[in-house]
Ligand binder design. Structure first.
Ligand SMILES: [Mg+2]
Length: 349
């Protein structure tokens, strides 16, 4: 069966988010990586206006400053980029569950069985509309070609690589365009007189294997546009949990409540990071005699907010009726995950 794969790569993501959130930055050379260009940091992302000066990711900030002293240097605001990434993934999930994130701003989608070109266009449109950001999108029948397509006309690109005449399409391209060919392999190939993918297509599988080992095998397939790697979606976790064993057995309610408040905070953050809501909250208590009890509640309306998690945990703690017993360990877990806006089955009581 022919697969349909989409590769999405946000354009100058961190810089684009900053630019979106501060109109004064529009079109200016922006360097995200640190607010002090004299510090030892490196460039995380440079806006396209900054790239014109030769500034690129992983370059020391000092060097970026030398190339463009008037550039605006900003610290990395990871929480903000994660939030944007979460919203982008929310859009992806409207079309498929087969999503393989490569980084915050890059992912493969397997949309086999759909009209991949319209799905790609719709995703591009939604990202633009809801997030006011641009993505470059590539559509093809495997991961290698989809990624090649998204790089084709960056930024704000949309490229489809169809199935026919793949070898001819690939042959004039530099070997560097092949996934897995870094500067070292490229130099090695160049030394052998291999510069284009077409040159590579002339070599036999056995020879490539002998010279490059496992990579040689891949090169033989990739230069012909053959790539059977699946889109590996990360499975939804079953639950998130936090627990603490006290140094000495604990009977003080204020201490127990403080632990629960701390757990609620970190569980809330983990839910938010993954863009999930939880419906079941479980309290675990181990007494000083090692007897262990769990109590849980399943909510009509799923939650992710730390204060709501905390309220639930206090209710469960009340129901546990400690009766002055001392506690060795306390834990809090959240499970029964759903994505926001997703329909879910109500449990019948
Ligand atoms: Mg990107």
């Amino acid at each position: 069966m022919t697969r349909s794969i989409i590769h999405i790569d946000m354009d100058a993501f961190y810089a684009a988010v900053e630019e979106r959130d501060n109109p004064l930055l529009k079109g200016k050379p922006i360097v995200v990586g640190g607010s002090n260009p004299r510090s030892r940091g490196v460039v995380s992302t440079a806006s396209y206006a900054a790239r014109k000066y030769g500034i690129h990711s992983a370059m020391p900030l000092k060097q970026a400053y030398l190339r463009c002293p008037q550039a605006i240097f900003l610290p990395v605001n990871m929480a903000k980029y994660k939030e944007a990434s979460r919203q982008i993934h929310q859009i992806f999930r409207q079309f498929t569950r087969l999503i393989e994130p490569i980084s915050l701003d890059e992912a493969f989608l397997d949309v086999s069985g759909t009209d991949a070109v319209s799905v790609g266009k719709e995703i591009k449109h939604l990202i633009n509309n809801r997030l006011r950001l641009t993505a470059s999108i590539g559509v093809s029948h495997n991961k290698f070609l989809a990624k090649l397509a998204s790089e084709w006309e960056k930024p704000n690109g949309f490229t489809v690589i169809p199935k026919d005449n793949i070898e001819g399409f690939l042959s004039p391209l530099s070997v560097r365009r092949i996934w897995g060919v870094g500067p070292r392999t490229e130099a090695q190939l160049n030394e052998m007189g291999i510069f284009t993918i077409g040159d590579l297509q002339q070599l036999e599988r056995g020879f490539l294997q002998k010279t490059f080992g496992k990579l040689g095998n891949e090169l033989y397939d990739l230069c012909r546009g053959i790539d059977n790697r699946p889109v590996k979606s990360s499975r939804l976790p079953k639950s998130f949990g936090e627990e603490e064993t006290y140094y000495t057995d604990e009977g003080n309610m204020a201490v127990l409540e403080a632990s629960l408040a701390e757990f609620s905070q970190s569980l809330g953050e983990r839910l938010r990071d993954k863009g999930l809501l939880g419906r079941t909250i479980t309290l675990k208590i181990r007494y000083d005699d090692f007897e262990t009890n769990t109590r849980s509640m399943t909510l009509m309306n799923p939650i992710a907010e730390p204060d709501k998690l905390y309220k639930c945990s206090l209710l469960l703690l009340q129901r546990a009726r400690l009766n002055q017993r001392k506690i060795r360990l306390i834990g809090l877990a959240v499970s029964n995950f759903i994505y926001p806006g997703e329909p879910y089955q109500l449990t019948l009581w």
